[in-house]
Write a protein that binds this ligand. Structure first.
Ligand code: PLP
Length: 291
């Protein structure tokens, strides 16, 4: 499981004069989100050190964490299980891909899903199966994410990324603290969970932005989709409108509003999330670029 060494690439944003740098964590794995991969690194290490050969985790039917866990399990010979929230028809390509990577999917109703430890205890023996929380949320996940900072060799910069639970932001913040470098972190919320994220990131060194949720998780507008299409058609780098598209849109807006220190280059962390755009419902909304 390779969780290190993604390149830093100079790219041009539509509607922005100076180029930015993109930390290409989307290249860490062809389908698993880069930050999910980073979050799993030390969880998996701990699991193996303790001699476990199985793990169980939690997610929605469109969970990037579920996919990353399934992929990691398949490549390392670890049997994976995932409690999936809701009883909607299982037509998500995420679920198919998880199963293809050998993951055992256990669908549970939304009420039961709330008691994760209870679910785990009812199905598994904690001496045999390793518990991984939803989204990989844990201190070990912070540690994995913090390593991104060591890989960026610029002396000072502004760093922008998409934020949902705040785990990635927390890890980046820790990495920044440890590096001692003057790095300004900007975490762009992609869903409307202001209170939770603020509470989780209380002591983190980041500025949270809540003006770019586009009204909620996985909600999009024509303007956002056009921005994603224009960026991808200009650069050949795919972004998804659920996470990275919103955060990159925010980056352009904030930069044009001169919200970043002009003396520092701007780095965007591409966290991956390809499966979010690679669905028929999303693709049906894409229109070709105007130019
Ligand atoms: C999960 C995810 C995020 C958000 O990560 P958090 O640690 O939950 O804040 C960002 N980008 C992508 C592509 C993701 O899959």
């Amino acid at each position: 499981m390779q969780t290190f060494g993604s390149p830093l690439e100079k790219v041009q944003l539509p509607g922005c004069d100076a180029p930015i740098f993109m930390k290409r964590d989307d290249l860490l794995h062809p389908i698993a989100s880069g930050n999910k991969w980073r979050k799993l690194k030390y969880l998996i290490e701990d699991l193996r050190e303790q001699g476990f050969q199985e793990l169980a985790t939690f997610g929605g039917a469109y969970s990037n964490h579920m996919i990353a866990t399934a992929c990691a399990g398949a490549s390392l010979g670890i049997k994976t299980h995932c409690f999936v929230r809701g009883h909607e028809p299982m037509d998500s390509h995420y679920l198919g891909l998880a199963k293809m990577h050998g993951m055992n999917i256990i669908q549970v109703n939304r009420t039961d899903y709330k008691d994760k430890q209870g679910l785990f205890d009812a199905h598994f023996d904690a001496a045999k199966v390793y518990f991984v929380d939803e989204g990989g949320k844990s201190e070990k996940a912070w540690r994995g994410v913090s390593e991104i900072i060591n890989e960026i060799e610029l002396p000072a910069y502004s760093l922008v990324h998409a934020s949902a639970t705040g785990t990635t932001a927390k890890g980046l913040s820790l990495g920044i603290e440890r590096s001692g470098k003057p790095i300004d972190l900007h975490s762009v919320a992609v869903l409307k969970n202001k209170e939770e994220q603020e509470a989780y990131l209380l002591n983190a060194m980041t500025t949270l932005h809540f003006n770019y949720t586009f009204d909620g998780y996985a909600k999009t507008t024509a303007e956002l989709l056009d921005f994603c299409t224009e960026f991808t058609s200009n650069t050949g780098i795919l972004i998804d409108p659920i996470y990275t598209g919103k955060a990159l849109f925010a980056l352009r807006d904030l930069r044009n509003a001169e919200a970043f220190d002009p003396k520092k280059p701007v780095v965007f962390l591409h966290t991956g999330g390809m499966l979010g755009v690679l669905s028929k419902s999303m693709m049906d909304k894409i229109v070709p670029p105007k130019n």
